[in-house]
Design a protein around this ligand. Sequence first.
Ligand code: TEU
Length: 558
Amino acid sequence: MNDGRTWWKEAVVYQIYPRSFHNANDDGIGDLRGISEKVDYLDDLGVDVVWLCPVYDSPLVDGGYDVRDYRAIHDDYGTMADWETLRDDLHARDIRLIMDMVTNHTSDEHEWFRKSRRKAGKYRDYYWWVDGDPDRPPNNWESFFGGPAWSYDERREAWYLHLFDEKQPDLNWRNPDVRESLFEMVRWWIEKDCDGFRFDVINLISKPPDLPDGDPDSTQRGKEQFINGPRVHEYVRELHDRVLDDYDVVTVGETSDVTIDEALRFHEDGLDMVFSFQHLHIDKGDRGPWDFDDWTLDELRDATARWQRGLEDGAWNSIFLGNHDQPRLVSRFGDDEEYRAESAKMLATYLFTLRGTPFVYQGDEIGMTNPTFRRLDEYRDEATIQKVMLALQTGDVSTFDKIRDAVDFWSRDNARTPMQWSDDENAGFTDGEPWIKVNENFPEVNVEREQGDEDSVLNYYRRLVVLRHSTPVMVYGRYVQLLEDHPEIYAYLRTLNDGSEQLLVVLNFFDGEPTFRLPDDVTYDRSEKLVGNYGDRTGDSIAEIDLHPYEALVYRLE
Ligand code: TEU
């Protein structure tokens, strides 16, 4: 069977948000040397790839996704020499390093934009400029952070497009010089021996040149115009053919609102994986950005299964339940109080037993939870603050109190509180004053404590990593759905070599105690429990299992 085996399908990726990982120089901000001090931790965990969120020079209005200089490191994070040391420290442990590559936009302080706004030489059309009335934006598009996607530049006396913050102008990929500049820069990083990229919002890079108005009733006006725009596949293919194809690098494209068909096309264009967010839309409400809704297991299973089947032959899934923009997975899909550890392990089992490459976001491996922010001034994320300000200004909400719970749930700061290393002051993250509040539960939830406890979430993750590395069916097996519509139990098989190798995965997603019944048509002679989050299961029959709250079980069937 040609299942296209490659190293990155077998890899476990660990995402680092550098500002919040570990601080070496005591200024309260995580840095590259801080990460170097923790490479043995990553090695012990067993991960194969580190994805580093942006560390480039930047005014930091959007956590570094506003790049001022792609070829320089921000002072907060250290120097290029520190980056090289980190790369070497990781490589010495056989861990690859992938960079977060932001090519849809730059900072307005980037040299290209400064020149473009002066109409200097070839830079004149590096961005989306539109002349016209300073009181009337060129169309009705809205930014991802709320408000119009256009700002008027007094210096050039023209409008420029920004799908994110006004300090993040969108690059004009129609211009071949822009593509050339970006490709050169991507190649420069590969030549520096980085092992791949996560391409930020890569499906937004193409816009229709006539910039038509978006549907006025849309939740974000203009999105049907700029998401998966007209030339997006041509551009991605060009990036692949002209740069990526020359090297053995892994790529994952961040693609919001991507369909399975689009994902298959991106894979054909040359992106190894994409991030689809459909399974993370199940708890969004439809009354604006702050609305959230209950989710059901049916919705999660449907979204997951659709992608498992949809990419089965033509492509490869990325498996994730959280990142630096999302609430903590245990607070969102588990129980961050009574069953924190059990549900964190159950969700980890989901991540490691589906077909695709698992992405672990820093802190999830110790079961970190959403913090509680009580006041608006405790938030640091500009997107959160802007959306709240806008809602208050426009009168959509009368007081912050009215949306406090929702903001608390959705704020991107949930995932950005410092990594909890120990029960020392500031969770061992810094000896300085942390740039953002530390989650108050650090005395109970921290690495040091979990390292010393065999049953901890951390040690469970380590077991899953080992298991995944030593069990090909866990990586390459086909996904076969069991119990199509059970409201509490998510169960599936993974099968390889015409069913001669088989895994059974049973996940109880809630705090009830339902009974799992193995469908009659699943045949086997022997079953062996590989991993589970309750200790007392060895020898039990698997035909019928009374599950514990949030129980996860993985069996090998022979
Ligand atoms: O995020 C893109 C994106 O789609 C987000 O706007 C997402 O919808 C939102 O954060 C959900 O809460 C990427 C980066 O991951 C994000 O951190 C950046 O702010 C953004 O691109 C702009 O570069």
